[in-house]
Design a protein around this ligand. Structure first.
Ligand SMILES: [Mg+2]
Length: 118
């Protein structure tokens, strides 16, 4: 049964934007200014590997660590938010441009296949 707390959580999560997330994430940023860009790029790669690791453990052990996967995807988001910030780009711009690109490819029947400039 849905209760008041569920509704509050629903409202909270649905009122958050990617830019809200990016602002909050940046408050936890702890790498030095002279490591801008390079640190989050390295972290993004590392955390993407941890996402892959969760999937590998599922294939090896047959147990799905949903909570662990969500945490690792969150780490990927944090690294992306930090990288975008270091490049003066908002996460909403990244998301908007990505969706526009994908919709355009879909419209032209180019959603499958490979290549950056389809
Ligand atoms: Mg991690």
């Amino acid at each position: 049964m849905i209760n008041e707390s569920d509704l509050d959580a629903w409202e909270y999560y649905n009122s958050k934007t990617l830019n809200d997330y990016q602002s909050e994430a940046l408050r936890t940023k702890a790498y030095p200014d002279d490591k801008r860009i390079i640190y989050p790029v390295g972290l993004l790669t590392e955390e993407a590997g941890e996402v892959a690791g969760k999937l590998n453990k599922y294939h090896r052990d047959g147990t799905w660590d949903r909570d662990g996967m969500i945490k690792e995807m969150g780490d990927v988001m944090w690294a992306l938010a930090a990288l975008a910030s270091d490049l003066n780009v908002s996460l909403e711009e990244v998301a908007d441009r990505n969706i526009k690109k994908l919709r355009d490819r879909q419209k032209r029947g180019k959603i499958a296949g490979s290549g950056d400039n389809r």
